[in-house]
Design a protein around this ligand. Structure first.
Ligand code: FSX
Ligand code: SF4
Ligand code: SF4
Length: 289
């Protein structure tokens, strides 16, 4: 059989301040699976070559860092960032590798890796907007990637794929779309640089408990039927396709399993959504359909 060489797209995966839940979510991807993404051609004729990933790579230590830096020199890769960027103390709260016996901060890694990248995918709410590590009082002054790069006037395009954790389809779909059609056009992203394909719909508009809300039938405790609004559901201010796509390979999602939407994909999460289990202070405005 004639061998065919596929186009290779190098990916460097940087981890900042986070819980690695974003990686775990992606490792649980069902279709395509993580094996399909890493070994097969997820798009015919195009292959993703993951050069550096702190959690799953077989290599370690100096050799792994060298492999990453060689890819960095060549440029043109996709930089995936998981976790927020600690900026306090000139980045002293997070490091990756060292030079002359001194740690190299995640902040300076981000700046140098982003400059040679084709694009940056900020995966998860921490990387997109700061997320949990940037919650009050934020002693490490954690920032989202876009903000950290703007502070240094680095103009490499950033695509935000938030969620705490993000749905694997949101990442797979964003990567597949870049391989197929190149970087997303500005009109394909929302005001927070999220792909509208995944973040264009309000949870509340597609929620199976919406009829209860319209009839003002509210659950008084977890486990009750009824709308979860009075228990703290943030679906009325949260944009993601969870009710339609569902999680765990389409098995279930937050509200359907009896828990409220906590607004995990939104800028300002978790502070803006807190107290998580209390009704929002102001009633969301009803929009005409
Ligand atoms: Fe953040 Fe990723 Fe939440 Fe965790 O590392 S988006 S804390 S699920 O996993 O960055
Ligand atoms: Fe569904 Fe929450 Fe909206 Fe109620 S408030 S309809 S539970 S999204
Ligand atoms: Fe996040 Fe809400 Fe979707 Fe649950 S339903 S994953 S809290 S956006």
């Amino acid at each position: 059989m004639a061998s065919r060489k596929s186009d290779e797209y190098a990916v460097i995966w940087l981890q900042g301040a986070g819980c690695t839940g974003c990686s775990v979510s992606l490792l649980n991807a069902a279709s395509p699976s993580i094996k399909n993404l890493l070994i097969d051609e997820v798009i015919p004729g195009k292959h993703v070559s993951l050069r550096f990933h702190p959690t799953v790579m077989a290599g370690a230590g100096v050799q792994a860092i060298q492999a990453m830096e060689e890819t960095q020199k060549k440029g043109g890769y996709i930089l995936v960032v998981e976790g927020a960027i600690p900026t306090a103390g000139d980045g002293a709260f997070g490091s990756l590798g060292e030079k002359d016996g001194k740690p190299i901060s995640i902040l300076s890694r981000l700046e140098s890796l982003a400059q040679n990248a084709l694009a940056v995918i900020a995966l998860g709410t921490c990387a997109s907007f700061g997320g949990i590590p940037s919650g009050d009082p934020n002693p490490a002054q954690c920032l989202g990637v876009d903000k950290a790069l703007k502070n240094k006037s680095i103009a490499t395009p950033v695509i935000n794929v938030p969620g705490c954790p993000p749905h694997p389809d949101w990442f797979m779909g964003t990567v597949a779309s870049i391989l197929l059609w190149g970087l997303p056009k500005e009109e394909e992203l929302d005001d927070f640089r999220r792909p509208k394909a995944f973040y264009g719909k309000l949870i509340h508009e597609h929620c199976p408990r919406r009829a209860y809300y319209d009839e003002m039938k509210f659950a008084k405790k977890l486990g009750d039927p009824g709308c979860l609004y009075e228990l703290g559901c943030k679906g009325p201010i949260t944009y993601a396709d969870c009710p339609l796509r569902q999680w765990n390979n389409g098995v279930n999602w937050c509200v359907n399993s009896g828990g409220m939407c906590i607004g995990c994909v939104e800028p300002g999460f978790p502070d803006l959504m807190s107290p998580i289990y209390e009704k929002m202070a102001s009633q969301p405005e009803k929009k005409e359909v």
